[in-house]
Design a protein around this ligand. Structure first.
Ligand code: UD1
Ligand code: PEP
Length: 432
């Protein structure tokens, strides 16, 4: 799990850091990579396949490498076919026990539970704890499995789930959890009868998984709405799957904000415009020019922003994974903005680092009150998690002088070639 840095980590990280000289306007075109939060789930979904799955547009990020470790540890064969395609072959005799070292490293490992329950009939996993962005229990996942007829045992720091036969049922989620929706969906695929998930998460990545599972022979409808119906099937098909992953809306959003904060003009290519609508509309409110085309979005900014309030909500609301980056931008707006985080209960750890750069931010419970300042100044900062890292890069690009960012192991979890892409847009940035 992601934790605050220890002295050992801090010392180790002095070798690997980003140096950014702020004040350069970003200009040009940048291509979005495949979506981390979709690809990780398609990788685990492949565990249900009866044939090879070729997943294309896979970003070279460390979370993908960690997930490769998880799948190999379970007994699947995984190999890079080319620069961005992964071939996954789920052999017979998959293990039910997810390898601890990878599970501890990456939260998304909990998503093996649903597919393993379906494929192997049982699953054992190191109990994921809290995270630097807040508490992250898996009670909704487990309640869902229980409702389908599984037995859940939690002891000695592990969670063990097993079922001889799963039976379709109606499940109403207390909160539209992305992970719980995905795990329950996977567990219901071969269950007897129909499962209905109500108050399901509506994130685009869930639609992606529905499409993938249906290609494998599942019968799922409704992803993208709050009601998903999974009609249990007796067996999945034997087809070879060749699947192209959707672009990463959070990476695209990060570049939109980076372009805006530097007063730049950037076209972000290979996006699905509807996926970035909440951010596009907020950026417009701040005074940034946002032009949406078929598969690209053009940001044009004067580098001046009006303060706006932002309320983070499950999709299609403003995404929590862009909250830190947006806060960085609003720290330079005219006036006071209030950013309210309704998804995670502690996602403001990066605020102290922005304050180090001259931002005026006060955190009160679930809200950050941001009094805009005319300029930020470069400083030595540490990224306590992935999107915090992105926010600090964004801030560093606009700040006066030199910013040194540590904690790159988090940034590398989710951004492919970030500094290369920023360099191409004219940023002064290097990894040391
Ligand atoms: C790998 C991946 O796709 N990660 C994304 C996924 O995380 P993840 O799937 O973990 O996020 P969830 O939607 O499940 O979590 C949202 C909230 O629900 C709570 N909760 C969740 C499950 C549960 O059983 N009980 C419970 O209380 C969590 O603590 C959190 O406060 O969706 C989040 C919300 O869009 C994103 O920020 C993450 O980037
Ligand atoms: C919170 C995130 O990821 P994860 O759920 O894998 O921690 C994220 O992508 O911002």
């Amino acid at each position: 799990m992601m934790k605050a840095r220890s002295l050992v980590q801090a010392e180790a990280n002095t070798v690997d850091h980003l140096e950014i000289i702020g004040g350069r306007k970003l200009e040009g075109h940048v291509k979005t990579s495949g979506a981390k939060n979709a690809v990780l789930k398609l990788m685990v979904a492949s565990l249900l396949a009866n044939n090879h799955c070729l997943i294309r547009n896979v970003p070279r990020i460390s979370d993908v490498e960690t997930m490769i470790g998880v799948l190999k540890g379970l007994g699947a064969e995984v190999a890079w076919e080319d620069e961005d395609s992964l071939l996954i072959t789920p052999t017979h005799g998959l293990s039910y026990a997810a390898p601890d070292e990878f599970v501890r490293e990456m939260r998304a490992s909990v998503q093996v539970m649903g597919p393993l329950l379906t494929r192997v009939g049982r699953v054992k996993l190191f109990q994921p704890g809290g995270c630097v962005i807040g508490q992250r229990p898996i009670d909704l996942h487990l309640k869902g499995f229980q409702a389908l007829g599984a037995e859940v045992i939690e002891e000695h720091g592990y969670v063990f789930v097993q079922a001889k036969k799963l039976k379709g049922t109606e499940i109403h989620l207390d909160f539209p959890s992305v992970g719980a929706t995905e795990n329950i969906m996977a567990a219901a695929i071969l269950a007897e009868g129909t499962t209905v998930i109500r108050n399901a998460a509506k994130e685009p990545e869930i639609i992606e998984e529905q499409n993938f599972y249906n290609r494998l022979g599942a019968r799922i409808r409704g992803a993208g709405t709050d009601t998903i119906r999974i009609e249990g099937v007796a067996r999945l098909n034997d087809r070879f799957i060749d699947y192209m992953v959707i672009p990463d809306r959070i990476e695209a959003g990060t570049f939109m904000i980076a372009a805006a904060i530097t007063g730049g003009e950037v076209t972000i290519e290979e996006i699905i415009p509807e996926h970035v609508e909440a951010l596009a509309s907020k950026l417009r409110e701040t005074g940034v020019d946002v032009e949406i085309r078929e598969e690209e979005i053009r940001i044009s900014s004067q580098g001046k922003f009006r303060a706006v309030d932002v309320t983070v909500l499950p999709h299609p609301g403003f995404p929590t994974d862009l909250q830190p980056q947006m806060t960085a931008l609003l720290s330079m707006a005219e006036g006071t903005s209030v950013i309210t985080e309704n998804v995670f209960n502690s996602r403001f750890r990066y605020v102290d680092e922005l304050i180090r750069m001259g931002a005026l931010i006060r955190v009160e419970s679930r809200s950050a009150i941001v009094k805009g300042v005319p300029k930020l100044s470069g400083a030595s900062v540490y990224a306590p998690d992935l999107r915090a890292g992105a926010a600090l890069v964004v801030a560093g690009l606009a700040a006066e002088g030199r910013t040194v960012l540590e904690g790159l192991q988090y940034l590398d979890r989710g951004y492919e070639k970030m500094e290369e892409k920023l360099l191409n847009l004219g940023a002064e940035i290097k990894r040391i």
